[in-house]
Design a protein around this ligand. Structure first.
Ligand code: FES
Ligand code: FES
Length: 156
């Protein structure tokens, strides 16, 4: 049985094994490699995507469970030649080091800001608590996110 889903606004049908993680499908079949796989078991958040408006760990979602779902990955925002204002702010503020965790953090942030466009620091920290940065670059990241919220960059 094929699985039908929407990825970044595009309808997809796949015959891939419904038991594989969504993260593997995105990276290997669709070549959307902005979604990272760190731990592979729901502990690091590197694989975070937005599914029907909610941030989820795509390493924990079997492909077969995405039937009829709407998936957004980091590639839905911008690319190297045309960064989304959120991505540009993170670059300008040096808000990451190796960048492995960054796509997942951005997708968690996007899901939060759609629910609550003006979250306070506590709400931001709660929304990002599942996103770990092995480079421990949290200070600059949280400063940049504060600017993103104050400047309303997610609304542009
Ligand atoms: S790779 Fe999915 S939570 Fe770590
Ligand atoms: S910047 Fe390296 S894991 Fe976060």
């Amino acid at each position: 049985m094929p699985t039908h889903l929407e990825v970044n606004g595009q309808a997809r049908e796949t015959e891939n094994d419904p038991a594989i993680p969504l993260a593997v499908y995105l990276r290997e079949e669709l070549e959307l490699r902005g979604t990272k796989i760190g731990c592979g078991n729901g502990e690091c958040g590197a694989c975070t995507v937005v599914m029907d408006g909610r941030a989820v760990c795509s390493c924990l979602v079997p492909l077969g469970r995405t039937e009829g779902r709407r998936i957004e990955t980091i590639e839905s925002l911008g690319d190297l030649n045309n960064l989304h204002p959120i991505q540009r702010k993170l670059v300008e503020r040096g808000a990451f080091q190796c960048g492995f965790c960054t796509p997942g953090i951005v997708m968690s942030l996007i899901a939060l800001l759609r629910r609550n466009p003006r979250p306070d620091d506590a709400k931001i920290r709660t929304a990002l608590q599942g996103n770990l940065c092995r480079c421990s670059g949290y200070v600059k990241l949280l400063e940049a996110i504060g600017e993103i919220v104050r400047e309303g960059l997610h609304e542009r």
